[in-house]
Design a protein around this ligand. Structure first.
Ligand code: FAD
Ligand code: E1W
Length: 451
């Protein structure tokens, strides 16, 4: 950008805000970050939500661009696949990829945030903690923050909203220009529980996996932490017949639910009753906007622009991809206005694609991963990838191990699903596959992926 000044004010010093601050500050931008909470480096991290997150290739690539991958990966725990615990039958690992180059990582949200803020500051970004955005005057270009009991007025060139799903900047922008906001609440919520280390300070279950207890209309998952614990998340409908958060309101009911439906998990969670009583039920939603920016004045990214349900583990990964894309548009475009428009045009179709895949993945995770037809299709995906590595890449791999646009991944997955269903119809093993027909379908319907 040539004529306008290279100064930017970022609202929200969470995951996306801190990463964007690094990407711009190290290219010489003048960056201010305003964060509602206190400095987590001093006060400890008071993150409300899931303590750990799955990091996949898209997010890792963005961290590499920011020079933050090494510091982050020091505390990461490898997850090779989903470890499925059926109610009846044998628990076991379903690998995510072909080998240990195709894995994802469990990382601590607070540690990640601290590392990113630290690097941002080392590149000259100014961090303002305990500053909550309250009001924006888009005529005079002044943002008002609440700091304890004071109003802090900050003149800005342009604002970036990285203030999460409940974005205040989004609400302020909408007072100037309608953004076409629509929130679709999921009728399921979540509650976090903990598996502590065993008596010898080790992991109680397989550490290098994402554990899933699928139960049809609901489920539990567990992700490993490097301090040998697991964070368990129980997903249940808010209301309706047992079990729902409405019909499982307290510790006694939670105990009864785990005795019936998660008997192998129950002994792993000694504080189930206490955790269940103490921890809040979280809400989940998909947020759609018609537009993400107003002229050159402000732009939204990450959850503030496109919050999604967590079932593909891609919200942060997508937010990090947004940061790389926005920084590139800001560097290339002739004006902020053009940069924001270009960013939105590029990223909105991709955000909408991963929002949809995330919703669809809930049903897969809670109901399909212990089903024979599902497993046969996963087996065929790998076989077709081996036969046509340039054309057929399993759905999970396109989302988690590649960086092709989410919208392309969605489209190719839909084509592939038809091929998989046609080829496996009526079969219970790969023995009966008509390989000539399957190969022909792949060649006819899937263009080779660019290298
Ligand atoms: P946030 O991380 O929410 O950051 C927003 C920041 O803005 C916060 O620091 C907040 O304090 C600050 N803020 C808010 N309002 C103001 C204000 N008015 N003024 C100043 N500052 C403000 N994603 C994955 O990739 N992998 C996963 O495994 C995964 N698991 C998840 C599990 C659950 C249960 C949930 C709910 C989400 C999960 N996600 C996961 C999604 C991920 O948490 C989000 O997509 C990600 O945090 C978005 O980053 P963000 O920076 O946009 O928003
Ligand atoms: C991942 C919260 C969360 C985070 C995740 C995932 C899931 C299910 C959930 C998706 C997945 C890592 N997933 N796992 N296995 N198949 N798809 O990959 O992050 Cl519920």
């Amino acid at each position: 950008m040539r004529t306008e000044s290279r100064a930017i004010t970022i609202v929200g010093g969470g995951l996306a805000g801190a990463l964007l601050a690094i990407l711009l500050a190290r290219r010489g931008w003048s960056v201010d970050v305003f964060e509602r909470r206190g400095d987590p480096r001093v006060e400890g991290y008071a993150g409300g939500r899931s303590i750990n997150l799955a990091l996949a290739e898209r997010g890792l690539h963005a961290l590499r661009q920011a020079g933050a991958d090494e510091a982050v990966m020091r505390q990461a725990v490898m997850m090779r696949g989903r470890f499925v615990h059926p109610l009846q039958g044998t628990p076991g690992l379903q690998r995510y990829g072909r080998d240990d180059s195709e894995v994802i990582w469990s990382i601590n949200r607070g540690e990640l945030n601290i590392v990113l803020l630290q690097i941002a500051e080392s590149h000259g970004a100014r961090l303002h903690f305990d500053h909550r955005l309250e009001r924006v005057d888009f005529v005079d270009h002044v943002a008002h923050f609440r700091r304890h009991d004071d109003d802090v007025a900050h003149p800005f060139e342009s604002l970036v909203g990285a203030d999460g799903a409940g974005s205040t900047l989004r609400a302020e922008m909408a007072r100037v220009l309608p953004l076409g906001e629509r929130t679709e609440w999921l009728d399921h919520g979540y509650k976090e529980l903990e598996i502590p280390p065993d008596a010898h300070g080790g992991f109680r279950i397989e550490p290098n996996a994402l554990h899933i207890w699928p139960r049809g209309h609901y489920m539990c998952i567990a992700l490993p932490n490097d301090e040998r614990t697991f964070t368990v998340t129980l997903f249940l409908p808010h209301a309706g017949p047992w079990p729902s958060f409405e019909t499982v309101p307290d510790a006694d009911a939670a105990q009864a639910l785990f005795e019936r439906d998660f008997p192998d998990a129950l002994p792993l969670i000694p504080d189930l009753r206490k955790d269940y009583q103490a921890n809040p039920v979280g809400n989940l939603a998909t947020l759609y906007l018609d537009r993400w920016h107003i002229a050159g004045k402000a732009v939204l990214l990450g959850d503030a622009a496109h919050a999604m349900v967590p079932f593909h583990g891609q919200g942060m990964n997508c937010a990090f991809e947004d940061c790389v894309a926005l920084a590139a548009h800001l560097e290339r475009a002739s004006s902020r206005s053009a940069a924001y428009a270009g960013f939105e045009a590029q990223r909105k179709p991709d955000a909408e694609a991963i929002q949809r895949m995330a919703l669809e993945n809930y049903i897969e995770m809670r109901d399909k991963v212990d089903d024979e037809a599902y497993l046969l299709q996963r087996e065929l995906e790998l076989a077709l990838q081996a036969r046509h590595p340039d054309r057929f890449v399993p759905h999970y791999a396109m989302v988690s191990f590649m960086r092709i646009p989410y919208s392309q991944a969605l489209h190719r997955s839909e084509v592939q699903r038809v091929i998989l269903e046609d080829a496996t119809r009526g079969l219970d093993s790969l023995d009966g596959i008509d390989w000539a027909a399957a190969d022909a379908a792949v060649l006819a319907k899937l263009e080779p992926l660019a290298a």
